[in-house]
Write a new protein. Structure first.
Length: 387
């Protein structure tokens, strides 16, 4: 049974403790302005300049996967040992396919190493929580060289303790001798979904938001994203404001499997309509009319959720999307929720779209009850695998 005080989906865990009421849901433009694709380029940049910088796709070669060892009992309560079991399970699974680096507090280093096994490199670093997707920099390629873009993690708008996690980007880049660039805006890695060919999918709720980028319009943020990430076209999805701690990251909603092809989260038929299913409906409406950076129409494939009456996890805020999968070298990692029929169907869909990769199911009930998934817990660094 989960003993989490509050979940990420609830969005208020630790908010009161930090103090101060932030304007959740306050945006720089209206909902009517939030729908649709953005402009193709930022002002002042030529196509050749944009081509010099590139945000790759997750299915490209990885040098390593970064993860973080959850540190705070104040966040996870009695579930802390169980979420650590989930994190270790993911690390061991991914470690069969590529190098895994686990950042852990020095006083928790030995325990993390025992749990993860010798195949995982556990490094001493002050961290707060497990969400490496959001705390580790977003890696871009500049003329073939990797640069880490530090998006100044602020606890998803100061909703959770993040004193140490705010420094993870700077410290990791220094440790691995990767050049660092400070982004001109606040965002998290889970906000971005790239096809590797210039197209960026993003939810407006997670970035055009006063809790990250006060006073900035969507157009200004789009210009900064194009400039910073080297993308050519931004496709904006509305998302959901103020109902989970991330303000609805795109990586639990819609994911590329190839340029022009996306998997879209789809609620189980037994689930009553809510803000999350309406968000998926809105995303479908946008994507069905949009084109990518190369002018292609999107092929949209449903990725149905499990029956919540058949899953092994529990909690009203359990995140049951299969869309939060992680693509690693020669592999794809997806959650196993316990609804055998739905788990098998989702695995078959992912296998169809990644036919040359092993699709590995991992049990993550505590992470899911805390509002996240496998993708939230991992962060890829592009490059050639270590010899």
């Amino acid at each position: 049974m989960s003993h989490l005080p509050l979940s990420r989906r609830t969005a208020l865990r630790g908010f009161a403790a930090i103090g101060g009421a932030l304007g959740l849901g306050a945006a720089a433009c209206s909902p009517e302005e939030s729908v649709g694709a953005g402009r193709s380029t930022a002002p002042g940049r030529t196509p050749s300049e944009e081509a010099a910088r590139r945000l790759g796709a997750e299915w490209e070669s990885h040098a390593r996967t970064f993860m973080s060892w959850p540190a705070l009992a104040s966040v996870w309560g009695e579930d802390l040992p169980y979420v650590r079991e989930d994190i270790a399970r993911i690390a061991r699974a991914v470690g069969e396919y590529e190098a895994v680096v686990m950042a852990a507090r020095p006083d928790q280093l030995a325990a993390a190493q025992r749990a993860c096994g010798s195949q995982v490199e556990v490094v001493p670093m002050a961290v707060d929580d497990l969400w490496a997707r959001d705390t580790v920099p977003v890696f871009v390629e500049d003329a073939g060289k990797v640069t880490g873009i530090d998006f100044s993690f602020n606890g998803w708008g100061n909703k959770q303790e993040h004193t140490n996690d705010a420094q993870v980007g700077r410290k990791l880049l220094a440790r691995y001798a990767v050049p660092r660039e400070a982004a001109p805006l606040v965002a998290e890695g889970g906000s971005f979904e790239s096809d590797g060919q210039g197209t960026l999918l993003i939810t407006e709720s997670s970035i055009v938001n006063a809790n990250r980028n006060p006073g900035k319009s969507r157009d200004r943020i789009e210009d900064e994203l194009v400039e910073t990430l080297g993308v050519e076209k931004v496709v904006w999805l509305a998302g959901v404001r103020g109902e989970d701690i991330t303000d609805a990251h795109v990586d639990s909603l819609v994911r590329f499997t190839a340029p022009g092809v996306v998997l879209l989260d789809q609620a189980h038929p037994s689930t009553p309509p809510d803000s999350w299913s309406r968000s998926a409906d809105q995303a479908r409406a946008v994507l069905s009319k949009a084109t990518d950076a190369r002018g292609r129409r999107f092929e949209i494939v449903d990725l149905p959720q499990p029956d919540l009456d058949r899953i092994t996890g529990e909690g009203d805020d359990f995140v049951s999307t299969y869309a939060n999968f992680y693509v690693a070298n020669d592999s794809v990692f997806m959650p196993e929720f316990g609804d055998r029929k739905a788990d098998a169907r989702a695995k078959a869909i992912l296998q169809e779209h990644f036919p040359k990769r092993d699709v590995v199911q991992v049990q993550i009930d505590t992470i899911a009850s805390g509002g996240g998934g496998i993708h939230c817990s991992t962060h890829d660094q592009p490059g050639k695998p270590a010899a």
